[in-house]
Design a protein around this ligand. Structure first.
Ligand code: HEC
Length: 116
């Protein structure tokens, strides 16, 4: 009987943990679609490389919470705010997961054109 209860507790914990993981972990493939659909690429570039219109996002140091807070309410006015009505927390977690896949920029010494 004791074993039954231990198993039951173990199973409900496993289910609870996996449900939590499902809502939290970002889906990078969906994030890729959202990054384009919501126009992030227009200022930040397809690889999050940044440019004249937006900051570099590749290799961001921001944790997900700070990232979400920033996108909801960018301080400078250079970027439009994306409220929860436009993009849910889950959608932002997906975009964040996609951003995390962006490659590190090459070092200047590894770019032939800069070393001629
Ligand atoms: C109209 C141009 C524009 C669009 C569209 C845009 N951004 Fe930005 N973003 C900026 C600018 C400019 C900055 C630099 C900070 C500022 O001016 O607020 C920035 C900064 C950021 C930063 C902070 C980078 C850092 O490390 O300091 C994040 C994160 C970010 N943007 C994410 C996004 C995401 C995600 C989207 C799409 C949902 C998006 N941005 C769409 C212009 C834009």
């Amino acid at each position: 009987m004791k074993l039954f209860w231990m198993l039951l507790v173990w199973m409900s914990l496993t289910i609870a943990v996996s449900a939590f993981a499902q809502t939290k972990a970002g889906d990078a493939a969906n994030g890729r679609v959202l990054f384009v659909k919501n126009g992030c690429y227009q200022c930040h570039g397809y690889e999050g490389q940044g440019g004249t219109a937006g900051a570099r996002l590749a290799q961001t140091k921001l944790p997900l919470v700070a990232f979400t807070a920033f996108v909801r309410n960018p301080p400078s006015g250079g970027m439009p705010p994306y409220r929860a009505k436009v993009m849910s927390d889950q959608e932002l977690a997906d975009v964040y997961a996609h951003i995390k896949t962006f490659p590190e920029p090459k070092a200047a010494k590894d770019i032939p054109l800069l070393n001629n």
